[in-house]
Design a protein around this ligand. Structure first.
Ligand code: 2HA
Ligand code: ZN
Length: 270
């Protein structure tokens, strides 16, 4: 007898995260997407792992993830609606033995499929797992102030990171590894997926110029907390823009990092 999947902690976490992101104003309409690498044994408590509902081509080589199971938000689905109908808005997929097919184990009850950003998500999982075996979450969002700040700053990730660190004492403590920045690109493509995954080898956060941000983590709180802290800091930056008198001196940023035994990304502080 399998347990009720609607009671599964990972389904509840997806509902909670998408609801919070919607209410924060980060994810309008179908904006944003989340993928969450699950433990096979845990999924097996809820689903018959031999029962594949249908297969969906991925359009890229995900061989490094063969056999891995993810819960993912669906393409065209609204974060606003995930909580009231998880089985319609979410799907659980396993990367098949050929590495280019996803096996649907649950969800997308209308015949839907994973987010258009599935390549960026899966390629980012591969990059993050290569540097952190405990990595689990890729989260993409459209937080307003982050997009605004990116629009008024040069496309230079060290400069962008520095401005964030200078605006909020929490920033260097939460992301000493900095924020990667990609130029404006066509989203939903393998190309942006490859570019994002390249950044993800050294960053947990990547800004997509004029679009939004990716955050990653070992759990939902880490990925969410990273994006939340960038967004809060970007809000401060934008509210003060043109009026700023006090920025956090590099000396203080270094001392904050030292206090927490953190190594700030090199090449930024004097
Ligand atoms: O899924 O956010 O980047 C909608 C998007 C595309
Ligand atoms: Zn987006």
């Amino acid at each position: 007898m399998k347990k009720n999947i609607l009671e599964a902690p990972f389904v509840k976490e997806m509902c909670e995260a998408t609801a919070n992101m919607y209410r924060l104003g980060w994810d309008e309409r179908n904006g944003g997407n989340i993928s969450y690498l699950l433990e096979t044994e845990e999924v097996g408590e809820y689903l018959d792992l031999d029962k594949v509902i249908r297969t969906i081509p991925t359009g890229f080589d995900a061989s490094a993830l063969i056999g891995k199971i993810f819960i993912v938000t669906g393409t065209g689905k609204y974060f606003k609606n995930v909580e009231k109908d998880p089985e319609y808005n979410l799907g659980i997929v396993r990367i098949a033995k050929d590495g280019t097919t996803a096996e649907l184990l649950w969800g997308w009850s209308d015949g839907g499929k994973f987010t258009s950003e599935f390549p960026a998500h899966m390629m980012s999982h591969i990059s993050r797992l290569s540097v952190d075996p405990d990595h689990r979450i890729v989260m993409h969002s459209h937080p307003t102030y982050t997009i605004a700040m990116n629009a008024v700053c040069p496309i230079d990730e060290k400069d962008f990171t520095h401005r964030l660190w200078q605006s909020n004492t929490e920033a260097v403590v939460v992301f000493p590894d900095g924020v990667g920045v990609l130029p404006c690109m066509v989203c939903g493509t393998n190309e942006i997926g490859i570019a994002t995954a390249e950044k993800m080898k050294s960053f947990r956060l990547v800004v997509w110029t004029n679009h939004g941000i990716y955050g990653t983590g070992k759990n939902m709180d880490e990925a969410f907390g990273l994006i939340e802290t960038v967004e809060k800091t970007a809000q401060i930056y934008m509210l003060a823009l043109g009026h700023t008198v006090n920025v956090i001196p590099d000396k203080i940023i270094k001392e904050l990092a030292a206090l927490w035994n953190l190594t700030p990304l090199e090449g930024i502080l004097e």
